[in-house]
Design a protein around this ligand. Structure first.
Ligand code: HGY
Ligand code: MN
Ligand code: MN
Length: 420
């Protein structure tokens, strides 16, 4: 490790881990961590984070879609006569179901702690820490809602989409205190932005295998998602002969296996059917309907798109062979995104140089933010590469190193602003 670390960072890292523990209790259920878009659990998390942002010297606001934003404004005397430029830091605070405690949250907490380190110094640059309200796509089957609103690329058609309880996105935003008619107000387009930097657990094993605490991301793999509904005929489990059944779940099962086979045969591809719902849903009723999700990823968009189109044909073939109906709905698409080389090199230099580089197979708000401004990511090693799992774990020493890198970067940004 190139730079000697101040003992303070170790103490702050311990505090960050304790804060992540407290945020873990902001959950939709008492037994696990599930915190989806605009739920009371998210409001609880806002309560804690707002306080921590204020303690760090920031002013705090919630934008009209539900992103929590802490701002450390540029020092007035330094900024006289010029529009202060802004640096964005952050990550997301929504989770998957039965999540770990660091995916997303760690990046927000490190950003707040880093901002606190420069809060009492004169600043030419404003720093915003954004806790994005929705990245995983759980509640409305559409990811990146918070960052898309900030980047000015939010799809307004989503506002009428309903969650499993029939609550539309527009209603959810209103009940949280936001305003679905003013989503454009969230956008940072037109601001003088230096860039966006996101700290995130790696969610994979590369850093651990290389015995490296942190690393810089080169690019983020693209992903496509779909919802597939097989429609057959419900019937009596005891009387309908096997030869004449139109069992929707068996068709879905065949589709799941075909998906696995395609991804196993295609180097670099990963494909997941993560949800399946069966109706009517009783042990003595032949499934009349099965709806499943598909998540397909590859570092190369072309290969991913070819696989996606092929699976659609496969779903149609399976349905045809079994005399079923099939409806395929594309639910999301995000192309592969390279990180900004210059910003990444600046972070590396600020860190003392030589940080390892790695690609991200997971999606991040950084994919969306890259369309708004130069964007870079710092990954933190996580135990066994485990994520989207309650067993997610990080070392306090690695968090301290990430904090140190971000604080060094903030100082470097200031130095460059005072020269430029
Ligand atoms: O699904 C993803 O890649 C991310 O964890 N949201
Ligand atoms: Mn995640
Ligand atoms: Mn994440």
């Amino acid at each position: 490790m190139s730079t000697p670390r101040s003992a303070d960072y170790d103490a702050i890292a311990d505090r960050i881990l304790a804060q992540a523990d407290r945020l873990a209790s902001c959950s939709e259920g008492p037994r696990d961590i599930t915190r989806t878009f605009l739920t009371p659990a998210m409001a609880d998390a806002h309560g804690l984070l707002s306080q921590w942002m204020r303690d760090a010297g920031m002013t705090v606001r919630c934008d009209v879609i539900g992103n929590l934003v802490g701002t450390l404004p540029a020092d007035a005397s330094c900024a006289a006569g010029q529009t202060p430029r802004r640096l964005l830091l952050g990550s997301h605070i929504d989770t998957v179901r039965q999540a770990g405690r660091y995916d997303g949250v760690l990046g927000v907490l490190v950003a707040i702690a880093a901002a606190a380190q420069i809060a009492r110094t004169a600043r030419r640059v404003s720093v915003d820490v954004i806790a994005f309200c929705e990245e995983e796509g759980v509640r409305y089957r559409a990811p990146f809602l918070g960052s898309r609103a900030i980047a000015g690329s939010f799809d307004l058609a989503l506002l009428s989409r309903a969650d499993d309880g029939g609550v539309t996105m527009a209603e959810a935003i209103r009940s949280f205190g936001g305003d679905p008619d003013r989503i454009d107000d969230c956008s940072y387009r037109g601001e003088t932005l230096i860039g966006y930097v996101e700290v995130h657990i790696e969610q994979g094993p590369i850093l651990e295998l290389a015995s490296e605490p942190v690393g810089l991301v080169t690019s983020i793999a693209g992903q496509r998602r779909a919802s597939i509904r097989f429609a057959g005929a419900a019937g009596h489990a005891g009387t309908v002969p096997m030869a004449v059944r139109r069992d929707a779940l068996v068709a879905a099962a065949e589709f799941v296996l075909a998906t696995e086979e395609l991804a196993r045969e295609t180097t670099g591809m990963v494909a997941t059917v993560g949800t399946i719902e069966v109706a009517p849903g009783a042990s003595n009723v032949i499934p009349g309907e099965a709806r499943c999700s598909l998540d397909l990823r590859h570092q190369h968009d072309e290969i991913r798109d070819r696989g996606f189109a092929g699976l659609r044909e496969t779903a149609e073939r399976i349905a045809g062979e079994r005399s079923l109906g099939v409806t395929w709905t594309d639910t999301d698409r995000a192309d592969a995104v390279p990180m900004d080389a210059e910003l990444t090199a600046m972070i590396d230099a600020a860190a003392g140089g030589g940080l390892p580089r790695l690609a991200s197979g997971a999606g991040h708000d950084a994919m969306v933010m890259a369309s708004l401004c130069p964007t870079s990511m710092l990954f933190v090693r996580c135990a066994g590469g485990i994520s989207h799992n309650p067993a997610e774990a990080v070392l306090a020493g690695d968090v301290a190193r990430a904090l140190e890198v971000v604080v060094s970067m903030l100082h470097r940004v200031e130095e460059e602003a005072s020269i430029g």
